[in-house]
Design a binder for this molecule. Structure first.
Ligand SMILES: [Zn+2]
Ligand SMILES: [Zn+2]
Length: 347
């Protein structure tokens, strides 16, 4: 089968590799329908973080179950599933509390191999999210929205939940990539009445407005703090979503909330330093981490997509086939695409 492979920073390739097989009885083999490139993939694509050369890539997909192991109960060949980047066992303390990204029984080795024709999914019953109904009944736009439930939409929602967004709140969202845009949409779902999106790219700001942003702020750092304070009558926001992870973004995020507000963090941190004493004197809360993807999908996000309440698939602004994986990464690296979709097979 064909799979995307990391060659070296700045270079992807598509190679012929062995098809995955069932390794443990709770595995499933998934024929990938759609995969995509994540903003977090750009860290190693740019050589900022390390990744083994020759390794398979991708951690976001939807697909059709091809084969299941002997202990899989809830899935059958032919089922359409969201394949989250999380692999919760559903039984440990972290999973029972709804934090399956922190599963204490996780297989070592991490995420890989979703940008391929087939992939192996561990802990299939608990980790995969079955999409109800006839798999062929969903139109392409719905499939794209389902694909975002493998990571970015759930991650944006985790930012909003972690920031404790309440109905009527004024919310600030840092990050205008797919996760930040999903954060805007999530703040709207949770009832925010005013959503200030930090963006300096018109194509992304347009999507943010479509998702519910009421104000767009292009400034950064001290100027961003001043602008948010001016927009909120000097009070600051009720909740803040941090969806970037850079030192500057986190440092700014903890300064734009009112006393007693919380910052929900989902941007993968890189060299961030936070002055915890400064948080203390203003009663600022700080929470977040890898998202509870399957939990949010099953309880909130899957019904919201299938009912047409949300259409997070709009974050995909460019589509490629697997043979053009290099172009898919470059389009995001050069900011020509908000998020690159990879169409791999038909449902
Ligand atoms: Zn991702
Ligand atoms: Zn677990």
């Amino acid at each position: 089968m064909k799979a995307a492979v990391f060659v070296e920073p700045g270079r992807m390739d598509v190679r012929e590799v062995a098809e995955p097989t069932i390794v443990t009885p709770d595995d499933a083999i998934v024929r990938v329908v759609k995969a995509c490139v994540c903003g977090s993939d750009l860290w190693w694509f740019r050589g900022v973080s390390q990744r083994p050369r020759g390794s398979l890539t991708g951690h976001e997909a939807i697909g059709v179950i091809e084969e299941v192991g002997g202990s899989v109960r809830d899935l059958r060949p032919g089922d359409l599933v969201v394949v989250p980047f999380t692999h919760g066992c559903g039984r440990c303390a972290a999973c029972r509390a709804g934090f399956e990204a922190n599963c204490m029984d996780a297989e070592p080795g991490g995420n890989a191999g979703y940008q391929a024709e087939y992939m192996r999914a561990a802990k299939a019953d608990s980790a995969l999210v079955k999409v109800p109904g006839d798999p062929k009944s969903h139109d392409d736009a719905t499939l794209n929205s389902l694909l975002t439930l493998s990571d970015v939409m759930a991650t944006g929602y985790h930012a909003a939940v972690s920031a404790e967004v309440q109905p009527g709140d004024t919310v600030v969202v840092f990050g205008d990539g797919a996760v930040g845009l999903s954060g805007v949409l999530s703040a709207r779902m949770l009832g925010a009445s005013r959503i200030i999106a930090m963006s300096r790219h018109e194509d992304r700001a347009a999507i943010a407005r479509g998702f519910g942003a009421t104000d767009i702020v292009a400034e950064r750092g001290d100027e961003a703090v001043a602008r948010v304070m001016a927009l909120t009558g000097g009070e600051g926001a009720d909740a803040v979503l941090e969806c970037v992870g850079s030192a500057q973004s986190i440092e700014t995020a903890v300064r734009v909330g009112r006393p007693g507000s919380s910052v929900g963090r989902v941007g993968v941190p890189h060299d961030a330093r936070i002055d915890v004493d400064a948080l203390f004197w203003r009663n600022i809360g700080l929470k977040g981490g890898p998202a509870s993807v399957a939990t949010y999908d099953r309880t909130v996000l899957l019904p919201a997509v299938l009912s047409g309440m949300i259409d997070p698939g709009r974050v995909f602004t460019a589509a490629f086939d697997l043979d053009h994986i290099q172009d898919a990464y470059e389009a995001m690296d050069e900011r020509r695409a908000v998020k690159s979709l990879i169409d791999i097979s038909a449902v």
